[in-house]
Write a protein that binds this ligand. Structure first.
Ligand SMILES: C[S@@+](CC[C@H](N)C(=O)[O-])C[C@H]1O[C@@H](n2cnc3c(N)ncnc32)[C@H](O)[C@@H]1O
Length: 223
């Protein structure tokens, strides 16, 4: 998706992906990230997810990256957080305590920007990207992370052709294709969430599964 697409979605408040509650997979599987107290968690394509707030409240240092300044501003305003904002290379850095969001393009991030983070919580990034961008996303992520890094990855899968994305369907085979060069991949769980999401039934879906994976980086090699 072009960057303009997402900026416009935020301007029009077309943010059906945003959840009013903390993601249950994050709560259930956080321990898989093997975080030490206060340890850093990278949250790519973070939007204004409350998952960042939950991680912050549990004492972890959060680093998000998000294209839309509107999303970031809303996040801090809606959660009544005092925030500082300033330039950081090609990004703008928004900071509130140990919660930090870089405003800019994920593809511009470098390893230095991640400050050594080895834990990633990634919900709804792959499904936001069209097919041709996903290999570049996975490769860039691999290049950002040192070996033994762990990613909690949440995607959606539905029968191909039933709906035009986003969200796009990203199934287990594709996750394997995208990440197997660098990561060991394990499915931690999956749930049919169509009943709780009638708007997708209205868009023609007959099945909608949310799948959570654990990815563990098995080499220090990047692309
Ligand atoms: C489907 S939403 C998911 C948001 C969040 N992860 C959540 O769970 O609510 C995708 C988000 O990625 C942002 N985005 C899309 N492409 C991006 C990019 N290249 N760099 C940074 N953010 C991006 C969009 O603005 C949008 O907020």
């Amino acid at each position: 998706m072009e960057t303009g697409f997402w900026l416009e979605r935020w301007e029009r408040n077309q943010i059906g992906f945003h959840q009013d509650a903390v993601n249950s997979y994050l709560i259930k599987h956080l321990s898989e990230l093997r975080l030490r107290a206060g340890g850093p968690v990278f949250v790519p394509l973070c939007g204004k997810t409350l998952d960042m707030l939950w991680l912050d409240e549990h004492g972890y240092a959060v680093l998000g990256v998000e294209l839309s300044p509107l999303a970031i501003e809303s996040f801090f305003k809606e959660n009544a957080r005092r925030v500082r904002c300033g330039p950081a290379g090609v990004f703008t850095r928004w900071t509130s305590g140990s919660l930090e969001i870089l405003c800019g393009d994920f593809f511009d991030l470098s390893r230095e920007d991640l400050g050594g983070a080895k834990a990633v919580y990634d919900r709804a990034s792959l499904i936001a990207l069209p097919t041709h961008m996903r290999p570049a996303y996975a490769a860039h992520m691999a290049g950002l992370l040192p070996s033994a890094s762990r990613i909690l990855l949440v995607t959606l899968e539905y029968p191909e052709g039933e709906m035009a994305g986003p969200p796009f369907s990203v199934g287990e085979r594709e996750v394997g294709r995208l990440y197997h060069d660098w990561f060991d991949i394990k499915v931690l769980g999956s749930t049919d969430i169509l009943a709780q999401n009638p708007r997708f039934r209205d868009r023609g879906l007959t099945r909608l599964c949310e799948i959570v994976y654990l990815l563990v980086k098995n080499s220090d090699a990047g692309p």
